[in-house]
Design a protein around this ligand. Structure first.
Ligand code: ZN
Length: 262
């Protein structure tokens, strides 16, 4: 009789373990860039109103990324992940505060959402960054913009911190970047005709301070009028958020496979 009990209980226990490992243990922190006093990138769009007058709408990066972050967060919650946001409305949050939140909620992944801007109106496309100390000039420009808002900056301490965090997280962060970017390519590249600018290493303090696997996503260029229309549309925001969620799911399923093959 005892043997039969074990036969039944065994699979039940196993199933319970798999379910809780699968869903409940993964915590994702979504970080909408900027906010409050920090508008991030800014762009204008002019149009002729019904009375024939010229009207101007101002778009702020902080608003676009918040909208996108909310969509990603809602979709992830629908998949039963534990999801938090570093801000859920328009407020100022320092980079250190964002890292503190990552610590407090014990996030497994940190996803920072941004929109790009360039002096060249023709620049366009989406790109995915992960923390690494190898960097080139083109990336430096993006870093300068996104690294604003660090209080009491001490570059020496930051360099040491970056080295430590890179050593610990670079393999996971690169895998996460590749999973998410692969899905973005599929979801945005063909139907929305967005340029794929690739996966890039970058020195982003918010990723270093969060001390966990993470990516910084630049959704598209606000400085490109055609692309601004695109990235502010709900069609784009839906597709983009679906791609990020699919990428996160792919990352977790790959991580699990690697663990079970050990
Ligand atoms: Zn930004």
């Amino acid at each position: 009789m005892k043997y039969i009990d074990n036969l039944i209980l065994g699979p039940i226990l196993f199933l319970t373990l798999i379910i809780s490992e699968n869903v409940l243990s993964q915590t994702i922190l979504i970080d909408p860039g900027h906010g409050g006093k920090d508008d991030g990138a800014k762009a204008f769009q002019s149009f002729i109103n019904k009375r024939g007058g010229l009207e101007k709408i101002t778009y702020f990066e902080k608003d676009l990324v918040l909208e996108l972050s909310k969509r990603i967060s809602k979709k992830l919650k629908g998949k039963n992940y534990r999801v938090f946001m570093t801000r859920s409305f328009d407020r100022t949050v320092s980079l250190e505060k964002r890292a503190e939140i990552a610590e407090r909620v014990n996030a497994d992944l940190f996803i920072s959402i941004h929109a790009n801007a360039s002096y060249y109106k023709a620049s366009g496309g989406f790109e995915t960054y992960y923390l690494n100390n190898k960097s080139n000039q083109a990336i430096k420009k993006v870093e300068e913009v996104e690294n604003k808002g660090l209080e009491g900056e001490d570059s020496v301490v930051n360099q040491i911190l970056i080295d430590l965090v890179v050593n610990r997280t670079v393999v996971s962060s690169r895998a996460l970047a590749s999973s998410i970017h692969g899905k973005l390519k599929g979801f945005l590249g063909s139907s929305l005709k967005m340029k794929d600018r690739g996966i890039k290493p970058g020195l982003f303090f918010v990723l270093a301070l969060s001390k966990r696997p993470g990516v910084l996503l630049e959704m598209g260029f606000m400085s490109n009028p055609k692309e601004l229309r695109k990235i502010s549309s709900s069609t784009f925001q839906e597709r983009y958020s679906e791609a990020v969620v699919a990428g996160i799911e792919k990352y977790f399923s790959k991580t699990k496979k690697n663990l079970s093959s050990l």
